[in-house]
Design a binder for this molecule. Structure first.
Ligand SMILES: *[C@@H]1O[C@H](CO)[C@@H](O)[C@H](O)[C@H]1NC(C)=O
Ligand SMILES: *[C@@H]1O[C@H](CO)[C@@H](O)[C@H](O)[C@H]1NC(C)=O
Ligand SMILES: *[C@@H]1O[C@H](CO)[C@@H](O)[C@H](O)[C@H]1NC(C)=O
Ligand SMILES: *[C@@H]1O[C@H](CO)[C@@H](O)[C@H](O)[C@H]1NC(C)=O
Ligand SMILES: *[C@@H]1O[C@H](CO)[C@@H](O)[C@H](O)[C@H]1NC(C)=O
Ligand SMILES: [Zn+2]
Length: 904
């Protein structure tokens, strides 16, 4: 899957939700938890991890008695509601499986499907099949259990035939529907999102990644629509079924593959295409979007990236076609279905005039990520979800390599440092982090599987694989990778299989490592966290220890340990109050001359000042981030860290600025409601003034700076200058927005600057500006433009405007379900909106929990987002006063803070 959520870094301070912001309240939540736990002892008996019996249907994993070979599935989604207003699909499936071990039970996944006919079983080896005795649906474990009068014979093959009916609901999972308007007409798309465990919502199947099979897929659909699936179309006929004329589209059988990578889509979308050496590449989207050219960029980069990966993996692209499709409603960023990749519109569609370079980077990195999975993940698949980090960490690492191939001038490979390495440092430095690797038996239930899709899996996975590739050298790394892919194609692996192949590559390269690949990597994979290395410059002695942001969580209790012992005995009574709060912050921000004095006392950061120009940008960014992290951990003075920001006054490069702004965001979160706010604004305003003047001279705000990261820094200059009240900036922004309001058909604001300008203008404006933005939001036909306006409307400073906006998130006609939680989070990131959003979430708890509670991508982000500023015991108490069963969402909140607790 592509990265779960995309939060624009150019609007307000939302961008830190997933990073430093998590620190603010994290240490205090366990207190709440522990109080609640003592009140609530019955938690134990309702703990859903406890299997009530040893019966196979009460286990979360399938028995190893049967092995699927071929599925033959016909599905018919109805894009019009039935008389009761329900959207449905019907299906029939015949499944050929082999009996591996004799049994009188067929246990197969099936979730929310109604059987419309009694299933039948036939024997394929000449012998008759056993008679079906009874069929029992197990809703909790999501099985259909078919009990047989006699036993199936080991070594024999059988065919199970089922007919079923399911709801084509708007829940973004399994076989679901997406809706949009085109020329005033409502249109419905039937589409799928199977990963991780929702193929079982579309048809009965052995829904585990190692249960690979061949799929023959047929879709019935309205003749005015087009049907897509993993394979190419081999037959298309118009027939009458149940008195309805339909087109029956049959697809070529798939390669041997996992259920979670299947996709079926029916829509009236159109496409653009390109053929490269017999490989058909197509981009599908809404007609209006394709006609406006929004698919062109994606089409232009797909070929080069595919060619790059063929070389990198030394394996030809395994399929005859590569389809990519943009959907109006999509839960995550994108999904790597084999041969038919699905995307959120903002992750695939690009408009030259309207989209920013940030949108463009998002598109190319997500495409690259999903294409990388077509081999790593799809051709070779990890055996079980506990090794998800290998799949996602790998794709996250190589997405930069693929993107670099298509946009070689961007220096995009450097950006992994900000986007993944720094981001995960912040999370992995908490005592509540967890190791990359989990044991297979620890990951059982669908919710536990969903929890694997976190920043540790994606970003730490990417960081350690990048490190591994670097110290092995890319030549050795790719050689091991290539033999691994070749050896396991169409098969499944565990992560140590990759280490073995890398080791072979090391051995045959003639180089020697001090330890084996496995020994080196165990330290990064099996234990959580990362070390801080101290070099005594006088003696040359080097020591290392586990780096923790809160030193009081130091693990005498065995926190820093090898996996398997999940009991992280976090002491709930430590670290409730942030040390930072008691710092003499006012002094730090106002007395800059004092700071300069202190600087002269001689330390590494004095060097930094002199050497600024000769230290590579990537390291300048690193030094700033390290300094802030070391300061938060109490290893160096906070003043020292803040001093690294003094040099920003003469810095014009993006990476150091972005690193500093990310870290300063934390101060804004903690202090924008205190008297420190004024001096802080003055200080940062002074620091950014040079940068603003630099870009004024360079571009006069008319031209686009030449470099990719310069374009980002131009946005930073404008955003920070305006938010600190620099008059030259606010005047500029007001004028542009005014011009636009006067002539709504001509938007004079440069694409890259729009997020920052909209936010700033709406913050400074009132109802008129807000209503204008809403009108433009409703009219916009480019998804990324909609997203910019949607985020900017959260920048309003009138409470009633924000309250009205919050209400809109309850109405899917106004704000799509996929966007509701991120809109609430944007509002909460505004200092005025924060208490409103918090009240709103509490007041509408029931609805929000029912709609988004089950999809754990959305919900933890929401709770984490609306409580982001919480830092006082009073605020924390409110968390536990949430309605309903406190335990449930405390678990969610704690999860979102990456806190894992031993509840048994
Ligand atoms: C799949 O099933 C359909 C109807 O059940 C049948 O007509 C078709 O021949 C089957 N295809 C294969 C490849 O078995
Ligand atoms: C499936 O059957 C149940 C129980 O009869 C019913 O409540 C539900 O609406 C049915 N689902 C669909 C999609 O028809
Ligand atoms: C099916 O019918 C549609 C609409 O009448 C027509 O456009 C299409 O060409 C037909 N397809 C086949 C395979 O006959
Ligand atoms: C898959 O790999 C396993 C070893 O990991 C091997 O025993 C099995 O034969 C392989 N299956 C195929 C179809 O290659
Ligand atoms: C804050 O400043 C006061 C007076 O200068 C000093 O006594 C105190 O120790 C300082 N506190 C911290 C946490 O540095
Ligand atoms: Zn992925």
């Amino acid at each position: 899957m592509g990265k779960g959520f995309y939060i624009s870094k150019t609007v307000g301070i939302v961008g830190i939700v997933l990073a430093a912001g998590a620190l603010a309240t994290i240490t205090a939540l366990p207190v709440v938890y522990s109080q609640e736990k003592s009140k609530n002892n019955e938690v134990k008996s309702t703990d859903p991890t406890m299997a009530p019996s040893n019966e196979p249907w009460d286990q979360w994993r399938l028995p190893q008695t049967l092995s699927p070979k071929i599925y033959n599935i016909t599905l018919w989604p109805r894009l019009q509601p039935d008389p009761t207003g329900l959207y449905i699909f019907t299906g029939l499936s015949s499944l050929v499986f082999r009996c591996v071990e004799k049994t009188n039970l067929i246990l197969i996944h099936s979730n929310k499907l109604n059987m419309t006919k009694h299933p039948t079983l036939i024997g394929l080896g000449g012998k008759p099949a056993p008679t079906i005795e009874s069929i029992v649906m197990h809703t909790k474990t999501q099985y259909m259990a078919i009990h047989l009068k006699e036993e199936l014979t080991a070594g024999e093959s059988y065919e199970l035939y089922t007919e079923f009916l399911g709801e084509l609901s708007d829940d973004l999972g399994g076989f679901y529907r997406s809706e949009y308007y085109e020329n005033g007409i409502k249109k419905v798309v039937a589409t799928t999102q199977m990963q991780a465990t929702d193929a079982r919502k579309a048809f009965p199947c052995f829904d585990e990644p190692a249960m690979k099979a061949v799929f023959h897929i047929t879709l019935n659909h309205d003749p005015a629509t087009v049907a897509l699936s993993n394979g190419v179309v081999i037959d298309e006929v118009n027939i009458t079924v149940d008195d309805t004329l339909v087109t029956r589209t049959t697809f070529a059988p798939t390669e041997v593959m996992s259920t979670y990578l299947l996709a079926f889509i029916v829509s009236d979308f159109i496409f653009i295409e390109q053929n490269i050496e017999n490989l058909q590449i197509r981009i599908f989207a809404r007609q209006e979007a394709i006609n406006a050219g929004q698919g062109e960029y994606a089409l232009s980069v797909t070929g080069p990236i595919l060619k790059f990966f063929e070389k990198y993996y030394n394996v030809p692209y395994p399929l005859p076609k590569s389809d990519q499709i943009a959907l109006p409603d999509f839960n995550t960023g994108a999904m790597e279905n084999w041969g038919l990749i699905t995307y959120r519109e903002t992750a695939l569609l690009y408009d030259e005039e309207i989209s920013s370079n940030e949108n463009k980077e998002r598109i190319i990195t997500v495409i690259s990520h999903e294409l990388a999975h077509q081999w790593f993940g799809n051709l070779v698949t990890v055996r079980w979800w506990n090794d998800l980090w290998l799949n996602e960490g790998f794709a996250t690492y190589v997405e930069y390599l693929g993107a670099d191939e298509a946009e070689p001038d961007w220096n995009i490979k450097d950006l992994i440092v900000l986007n993944d390495v720094h981001k995960v440092f912040a999370i992995d430095a908490l005592a509540s982090s967890h190791p990359l690797s989990s044991k297979e038996e620890e990951i059982q239930r669908p919710e536990q599987i969903t929890e694997m899709f976190d920043t540790i899996s994606y970003s730490k996975g990417a960081s350690v694989l990048r490190m591994l590739s670097t110290f092995l050298t890319e030549k050795v790394f790719t050689q091991g990778l290539q033999t691994y892919l070749d050896h396991f194609k169409f098969n499944n692996t565990v992560y140590t299989d990759l280490w073995e192949h890398l080791q072979k590559a090391v051995d045959s390269s003639g180089t020697t490592l001090p330890k084996t690949v496995q020994e080196i990597m165990d330290r990064w994979i099996l234990q959580m966290g990362f070390p801080v290395v101290t070099i005594n410059t006088a003696t040359g002695q080097i020591t290392q220890e586990h780096f923790l942001l809160d030193p009081e969580t130091k693990p005498d209790s065995g926190l820093y340990q090898f996996h398997g012992q999940k009991k992280k005995q976090y002491n709930p009574y430590t670290g409730c109050y942030r040390k930072l709060v008691s710092l003499n912050i006012t002094v730090i921000f106002t007395d800059t001359t004092g700071l300069t004095m202190m600087m002269k006392t001689g330390n590494a950061y004095l060097m930094f000042s002199r050497l600024q120009d000769s230290i590579p940008v990537i390291n300048r960014a690193q030094i700033i981030d390290d300094a802030f992290n070391l300061a938060k951990a109490g290893i160096i003075e906070m003043t020292l860290a803040l001093r690294t920001t003094l040099f920003l006054a003469s810095e014009t490069e993006y990476m150091p600025w972005e690193s500093a702004l990310d870290n300063l965001d934390y101060f804004y979160l903690m202090f924008d409601r205190t008297e420190v706010y004024g001096p802080m604004q003055t200080y940062i305003g002074n620091q950014v003034k040079n940068l603003f003047d630099y870009f004024t001279r360079l571009t006069n705000w008319e031209d686009v700076p030449p470099g990719h990261t310069d374009q980002y820094n131009q946005v930073n200059a404008l955003r920070v200058a305006c938010s600190t009240g620099l008059e030259a900036c606010t005047t500029l922004v007001k004028t542009w927005f005014q011009q636009w309001m006067e002539n709504p058909n001509v938007n004079p604001i440069k694409a890259n600057l729009r997020s920052a300008v909209y936010c700033s203008a709406i913050a400074a404006g009132g109802e008129e500006e807000w209503n204008f933005a809403w009108e433009m939001f409703e009219k916009a036909t480019v998804a990324s433009e909609k997203d910019k306006l949607r985020a900017a409307m959260a920048c309003a400073t009138e409470p009633w405007l924000l309250n009205r906006y919050l209400k809109y998130t309850l109405d899917p006609e106004k704000i799509r379900k996929q966007d509701a939680t991120s809109t609430i989070i944007s509002i909460a990131s505004n200092v005025v909106g924060q208490p409103l959003a918090w009240d709103f979430v509490r007041a509408n708890w029931e609805y929000i929990f029912n709609e988004y509670g089950g999809k754990s991508y959305l919900f933890p982000n929401l709770i984490s987002g609306v409580t982001n500023r919480f830092s006082t015991p009073f605020e924390l108490e409110q968390v536990c006063d949430l309605p309903n069963n406190c335990y449930i969402y405390l678990t969610v909140i704690l999860y979102s803070r990456n806190l894992y607790l031993n509840v048994s």
